[in-house]
Write a protein that binds this ligand. Sequence first.
Ligand code: CTP
Ligand code: CA
Length: 217
Amino acid sequence: MRVLITAGPTYEPLDPVRFIGNHSTGKMGYALAEAFAEAGAAVTLISGPTNLADPAHPRIQTTRVETADQMYAAAAAVAPAADVWVFAAAVADYKPREVALNKIKKDGDTLTLELVRNVDIAATLGRTKRAEQFSVGFALETNNEEAHALDKLRRKNFDLVVLNSLRDPGAGFRHDTNKVTLLEAGGQTTIFELKPKAAVAHDIVRTVLARLAHSHA
Ligand code: CTP
Ligand code: CA
């Protein structure tokens, strides 16, 4: 089994020394890479900038990228041959319309930046998904959590969406723990307890493997 995983933030440059980014640590995606590799899969981990070392597992191949465009190109190259796609990256929704060639100088009391939409990696690849492929997405929501997550499942052609509610203390960015609900295209909903991200990763892998075994039976 081949698994493609995106992880970490993307950095969208403004000029040679500045970028727009976010606080994603990459821990959830890296934990998923380890869990799939331990389950016997060959994993391609496409990671934005993180402080984490490349996973040492011999079945994990790590590719480093910075921007959403680079992450999309790396993922698109691997996606057709992968059985499972996991979109764990916190991709910047927008990027600066123009990247200044030189450092932007301070001038005036305000600065207005024009941003343009980034490619939606999961949705774009989702339109190419074959019946035997399985796509997993993440949704980090603060309100109407399940409705927003199910909307993403449909829009991005996910088979399973991992919902993180930011209302749960100890869940989401900057924590080593996570509390997730798995929502599936078939209508199943599974609510898990707060647990370390490695344990959350195993819950997700177990669910994906069970669905694949069932669909190939
Ligand atoms: N995603 C992606 N490419 C993007 C944005 C999101 O691949 N440009 C993926 C994420 O990796 C995640 C899922 O889509 O698996 C949902 O990300 P999220 O930011 O919650 O969804 P958006 O569609 O960007 O909606 P919004 O931020 O407005 O809630
Ligand atoms: Ca987003």
